[in-house]
Design a protein around this ligand. Structure first.
Ligand SMILES: *Cc1c(COP(=O)(O)O)cnc(C)c1O
Length: 377
């Protein structure tokens, strides 16, 4: 009997160290990590610049709480909103917490309750975030859920228009549904959302927990479909492996989160902030972002060459790619692992390809060789 709850279907591999894209189990077997700890390790495993950032901060100050000024949090928030229409940041510890903050802010700001989200979306496991999530398997057995979430079919303009009324506080959207199958918002749907929000005074919350922080080749994925969210949530890649989440909002939102309205003990902890600032100093560089796009183009081209197009489809943006396989992917993921490639699924029949943003072209080639060996037979 395990001393842990059985809420994860864990794979029987004990990983003990990593460097860049490579990880090693206790027997010394090497794997290419194309999960990045689920889109978290933006700069790879044990990147010396992050090791150094945490070492330096750990010798100065670990924790102070939010009772005191934090110029470091100020700087991190300023870096996140620089050259955007957003103005303020709030720090927490995870994606679900960032979404909780967003849901609370949207309700309090508008005085309305309804939030429209989408089928197959994933927003986290806390009550608000779970209720927002458009997958019944995530909610089963935990009701009653938080009220007033409406789950509309993704990329369906007519269904969205039909769901809108004057009770709606916000629309909450993943630009690419990560967990749900690497489903990308269509241009048409993006435009319809922008128009509805603008015309009806509905807030737009973009959940960038998985897509944000350079994962899709721009700082935020919303930039690529010209949306102007009022609220943006972040986590996964932000800390490069150290837990941190964030919610960003426009200047109009400022007064709604007045002193005492919301908070967290650990949020914006000095260790997390020091690491996240170092991550941003690298991944927000224009040259770094261009390189993510180049690797993405290369990865997609090579996949298309290696795999028959009638069976496999490549989707996604940047280094958040999905490989539609037309069959259940769990057994394929196990075979890849045996062959030294770590992968994670999205939905039932999609393999997610999430290497560190620092992945090399040689590592992409090596991953494709393994994939082709498993998928074509
Ligand atoms: C992972 C994820 C979350 C939840 O983040 P946690 O840190 O696990 O709470 C929320 N939204 C999206 C889009 C995610 O991918």
């Amino acid at each position: 009997m395990s001393a842990l709850f059985g809420n994860y279907g864990r794979r029987p591999v004990h990983l003990v160290k990593g460097q860049g894209t490579k990880v090693y189990d206790e027997a010394g077997k090497e794997y290419l990590d194309f999960t990045s700890g689920i889109a978290v390790l933006s700069l790879g495993h044990a990147n010396p610049i992050l090791v150094n950032a945490i070492k330096e901060q750990s010798e100065k100050l670990w924790h102070i709480s939010n009772l005191f000024d934090s110029p470091e949090q100020e700087q991190l928030a300023a870096t996140l909103v620089k050259d955007t229409h957003l103005a303020h940041g709030f720090f927490c510890n995870s994606g679900a917490e960032a979404n909780e903050a967003a849901i609370k802010l949207a309700r309090k700001h508008t005085g309305k309750h309804t939030i429209i989200t989408f089928q197959q979306s994933f927003h986290g496991r806390t009550f608000g975030a779970m209720s927002a999530t458009g997958q019944t398997k995530v909610q089963q057995g935990f009701g009653p859920l938080v009220e007033k979430f409406i789950h509309v079919p993704f990329n369906d303009v007519t269904a969205l228009e039909a769901a809108v009324d004057d009770e709606v506080a916000a629309i909450m959207l993943e630009v690419i549904q990560g967990e749900g199958g690497v489903n990308v918002v269509s241009d048409e749907f993006g435009k319809a959302i922008a128009k509805i929000c603008e015309e009806q005074g509905i807030l737009l919350i973009v959940d960038e927990v998985q897509t944000g922080i350079a994962r899709t080749g721009t700082r935020y994925a919303y930039e690529q479909i010209a949306l102007k969210p009022n609220i943006v949530t972040l986590a996964k890649g932000l800390g490069g492996g150290f837990p941190i989440g964030a919610m960003l909002g426009t200047a109009e939102m400022y007064d709604t989160f007045s002193p005492g309205t919301h908070g967290t003990t650990f949020g914006g902890n000095p260790l997390a902030v020091a690491v996240a600032q170092t991550v941003l100093n690298h991944v927000f560089e224009k040259s770094f972002l261009r390189e993510v796009m180049k690797k993405s183009d290369y990865f997609k081209e090579q996949l298309a060459k290696a795999l028959p197009a009638d069976k496999f489809s490549v989707k996604g943006r940047g280094l958040l790619l999905g490989l539609g396989c037309g069959e259940a992917v769990a057994p394929l993921i196990t075979k890849a692992e045996e062959a030294g490639l770590l992968l994670v699924g999205a939905g039932e029949d999609v393999i997610r390809l999430l290497p560190p943003l620092t992945v090399t072209y040689e590592e992409i080639d090596a991953a494709i060789v393994i994939l082709a060996g498993i998928l074509i037979n």
